[in-house]
Write a protein of this length. Structure first.
Length: 77
């Protein structure tokens, strides 16, 4: 972790990444105790959650794309 990075900027970054208050508090607690492995684990868990949401949203987009594709096809006789 960059020692010049302020606590406020770390919190802002975590908020921008969509971390909830519990995740932020846990991360800062681990950071304060020098438990970098546990702090990183929290970030990786949140990242995994975001990625799962992204994949779920991609499936929904694919469904809509398929429906749009079907609507544009000429009717079959």
């Amino acid at each position: 972790m960059d020692p010049t990075q302020s606590r406020d900027s770390i919190i802002e970054n975590l908020k921008d990444a969509g971390c909830d208050d519990a995740t932020i508090a846990g991360f800062l607690s681990h950071l304060d105790c020098g438990q970098m492995v546990l702090a990183e684990k929290l970030l990786r868990q949140h990242r995994r959650c975001l990625l799962e949401c992204l994949h779920d949203d991609q499936k929904r987009i694919d469904c809509l794309d398929y429906l749009i594709y079907q609507m544009k096809k000429p009717p079959q006789e």
